[in-house]
Design a protein around this ligand. Structure first.
Ligand code: ATP
Length: 222
């Protein structure tokens, strides 16, 4: 069995708050996993450590067989850029760039720009007709789809999404989830934080956190 993400005795402390308390999880290649739990249970903290946006107080994260903490800063950034795509609740699009330019900016930071490939991912998320629009000319659902295109454009094997539908209405929520499911069906591993049990149930497996601890996990019916 190949695990693409593995945590070993992960702890995160903020002063005297233990946000993560001995988390040991394994996520298989091509799995779609939801992380759920009450507010303050440690979901975002876990996501931030898995993606390298924050560091653990103790313990390890092994991503695709590699403990990125052992790499130097440049190696770590390169490794993450190759392996991970990120989607957030807040879209974090550059307001004065078009959808296409926002996606091409991610290519620029990664390696070289390739307009054809950027257009292809925007097409993949159903936005072929909106590529020259700026974020304020797009609906919330469309903006989140640009973010997914941006996360996808460098072809990372793993996508992390923290409350990706938190700012969307129900219709767009389902659209974005369908899109993530399609990407998963095409072979990507997806880890998604959500508050919504209905969305969680559409993934392969739900991991529940409670006060920073692993509470339980459930395999979801197909
Ligand atoms: N930078 C920080 N400094 C101090 N405490 C923090 C910090 N970030 C998170 N915490 C604390 O760690 C705990 C876990 O927070 P976290 O944001 O991971 O929870 P969450 O499950 O994502 O919550 P929500 O669903 O409300 O986003 C909380 O008690 C929170 O107050």
């Amino acid at each position: 069995m190949k695990y693409v993400i593995e945590t070993q005795h992960l702890y995160k402390k903020f002063g005297n708050v233990t946000a993560l308390d001995d988390i040991n999880i394994r996520i298989q290649e091509q799995e779609f996993v939801a992380i759920m739990g009450a507010s303050g249970s440690g979901k975002t903290t876990l996501m931030n450590i898995l993606t390298g946006l924050d560091t653990a107080t103790e313990g390890k994260v092994i991503l695709d067989g590699v403990d990125a903490a052992q790499l130097d800063e440049v190696g770590r950034q390169r490794f993450r850029a190759e392996k991970i795509g990120l989607v957030f609740q807040q879209f974090h699009l550059i307001p004065y760039l078009t959808a296409l330019e926002n996606v091409m900016l991610a290519q620029h930071y990664h390696s070289v720009i390739d307009e054809k490939a950027a257009k292809a991912v925007l097409e993949q998320v159903g936005l072929a007709h909106r590529i020259h629009h700026r974020p304020n000319q797009l609906s919330g659902g469309e903006q989140q789809r640009v973010c997914i295109a941006r996360a996808l454009v460098n072809q990372p094997p793993v996508i992390f999404a923290d409350e990706p539908t938190g700012n969307l209405d129900e219709q767009n929520e389902h659209l974005v989830l369908e899109l993530l499911k399609n990407l998963n069906a095409q072979g990507r591993t997806i880890v998604m934080v959500t508050h919504n049990p209905e969305l969680g149930a559409l993934t392969d497996r739900t991991i529940y956190l409670h006060h920073g601890k692993f509470l339980k996990e459930e395999c979801n019916a197909k």
